[in-house]
Design a protein around this ligand. Structure first.
Ligand SMILES: [Zn+2]
Length: 226
């Protein structure tokens, strides 16, 4: 009896379980958790917008959104990235219908960490974002070349120093630069230093960064707190 057969047999009889509450789930999450998650959406996802470069943050990093991100990263639930990317893509289309098409580049994680985790959540979010928006995707637009520590304990100067030269131009742009502006996509937007370092690497190579989109930021305020 092949293992594939066994797997199919099991999936016929096992009910999928919600990774956030262990109740039966029709889709990626159960309906109750998905509804609750949707409430984490910011009333104004574009509230972080600064100057010329659009910055969109989908939700407040707290409650069930924080839990969903933790389950995705640390409990091996990459499928949650698909849902979050879909939310982010929809919000981008809602908020910025007049903005030009951009090429999406995920902010890559450390290769060592990626190997341990088995996936890069920013890449999966970006993939799903592109399915939603129809934007082209360049997963290897950037590469991480420097080991970095978490930034939250550092002061602004130390953060900048830590992120300096953290990225290099990735394979996708080494031979041919992008003609479209780049939209950087990440799961979290905390200090902004990481994504800014990525943007700087692209600009130095003559690639225009047209915007940033992140799933969550601890600086946001949710639509409501029900
Ligand atoms: Zn649930």
């Amino acid at each position: 009896m092949s293992l594939g057969w066994l797997r199919n047999f099991r999936s016929l009889f096992l009910i999928e379980v919600c990774p956030l509450c262990d109740r039966p789930a029709e889709e990626i999450l159960c309906r109750a958790c998905e509804t609750q998650l949707q409430r984490c959406r910011l009333a104004q996802p574009e509230a972080f917008w600064q100057g010329e470069s659009p910055l969109l943050v989908w939700g407040n990093y707290g409650g069930i959104l924080k839990r969903a991100i933790a389950a995705m990263k640390y409990e091996n639930h990459p499928e949650i990235a698909e849902l979050l990317g879909e939310f982010l893509g929809r919000a981008w289309l809602d908020v910025s219908p007049s903005l030009p098409k951009m090429v999406v580049v995920p902010v890559p994680m450390n290769p060592e960490k990626r190997k341990q985790r088995g996936f890069d959540q920013a890449e999966l979010i970006a993939r799903s974002f592109c399915r939603q928006t129809g934007f082209p995707l360049k997963c290897q637009g950037l590469q991480r070349v420097k080991e970095t520590q978490p930034l939250f304990d550092l002061n602004p100067q130390e953060r900048e120093l830590m992120m300096r030269d953290a990225f290099a131009l990735g394979k996708d742009f080494q031979k041919e630069r992008s003609r479209l502006p780049v939209l950087l996509v990440d799961d979290l937007y905390t200090t902004g230093n990481t994504v800014k370092a990525g943007a700087k690497t692209l600009s130095r190579a003559g690639i225009r960064v047209g915007g940033i989109a992140a799933v969550a930021s601890p600086r946001g305020k949710a639509t409501d707190k029900r």
